[in-house]
Design a protein around this ligand. Sequence first.
Ligand code: URP
Ligand code: ZN
Ligand code: ZN
Length: 461
Amino acid sequence: MKTVIRNGRIVTAVDDYHADILIEDGKVAMIAKTIDFEADRVIDAKGRLVIPGGIDPHTHMELPFGGTSASDDFETGTRAAAFGGTTTIIDFAVQSKGQALNAALDTWHAKAEGKTSIDYGFHLICTDLPDERLPEMKSLIDQGVTSFKLFMAYPGVFLVDDGTIFKAMTLAGENGGLICMHAENGVVIDVIVKRALAAGHTAPKYHALTRPTKAEAEGVHRAIALADMANAPVYIVHLSSSDALDEITRGRDAGINAFAETCPQYLFLDYSVYEQPGFEGAKYVMTPPIREQWNQEKLWRGLKTNDLQVISTDHCPFCFKEQKELGRDDFSKIPNGGPGVEDRMSLVFDGGVVAGRISLNRFVELTSTSAAKIFGLFPRKGTIAVGSDADIVIFDPNEEKTISAKTHHMRVDYSCYEGRRVRGVTKTVLSRGELVIDEGEYVGRPGHGEYLKRGLAFSPR
Ligand code: URP
Ligand code: ZN
Ligand code: ZN
């Protein structure tokens, strides 16, 4: 099967030029000024951008949380991702207490296999790492799970202590793996939450008011200090605040291998979402919470200066009606997380490139290339180059659309961006050369997506 994409403007993290692309056997076979020989399929990209498929390294399809599960499964979630121009996700498998790491991974393989429209990899959330289990991390790295998420938050559920974090970082560092940190002082937060509930503060806004930015900054500071002592890299997930960003900047300036992602909800939403009447604020109960508006420009600055390298989504949807409802009388029982996998590319293009905050190349880098490099997928993914997977998005930089739950494809009954007008729309999506979205129509198939055995992004010590 030969596909040619003609007349497009190819934009990668470093290039910007007009050329044609020949795709053969799922890979980019040739890029030339003009490719005019016969092909099985010709796609005209005139007037459009031709960019590497988005990589979202932070999703939670079907995540069990707070007595329920995230409402998108691997079928609905990856289809929605494709609609939005994302061709790779890295989701989080979760180890339950006492479980072997391999058993946890097997469970997530079973959830995803045969379901996904796009390629996928896994990180592993470790919740229980006695010394005898630590070597299992090495076996996971050999299977392409080269990153692990550890939590400083959620005592009794996900939290692991500092000694465990230090040991896991040491092992990861020795083997070329990467620790991803949910950096928030969950022990202190739990005290503040209990005090709030005792005072009768049960509304959704108290989720935000009980999770101060200093608790996040302290977690980031500690994670970086532990990584420094362990001589290992660290990646902070879902960074939300200026205070936390200051810690990243300080660590990086000191030469420590500290990386961080932020998410659209922290760039485009602000604390006022929690002040909406009734139970509406529950839609935005996610962790860390949405911060005061002034944090947004600080995060954009971090994205510009490369103190933040990645924009992921932390896609973890729960329906407003039946799932967020679980916490109607107690904010601490509202399942934490929100939808976003479908909206990321348009939001960041509109709020970043159209608004003049970042360049087109930086847009590609933040939504695709950096994640490919940090998580061991580059150059197979994250760029358009001869030999790379033909994961390609044809993106109209001028078309506008209105984001709405009425038209989105995520399996969730609300949108965090309801009614927001954005410029920049994904039109056509190829995953390893196969059409998944054709001019806004889904033409893919569950089961097309393949498991990605990721490589090492860091040299083992
Ligand atoms: O609220 C969130 N972020 N839910 C997903 C779990 C996590 O901590 O990433
Ligand atoms: Zn987290
Ligand atoms: Zn998450």
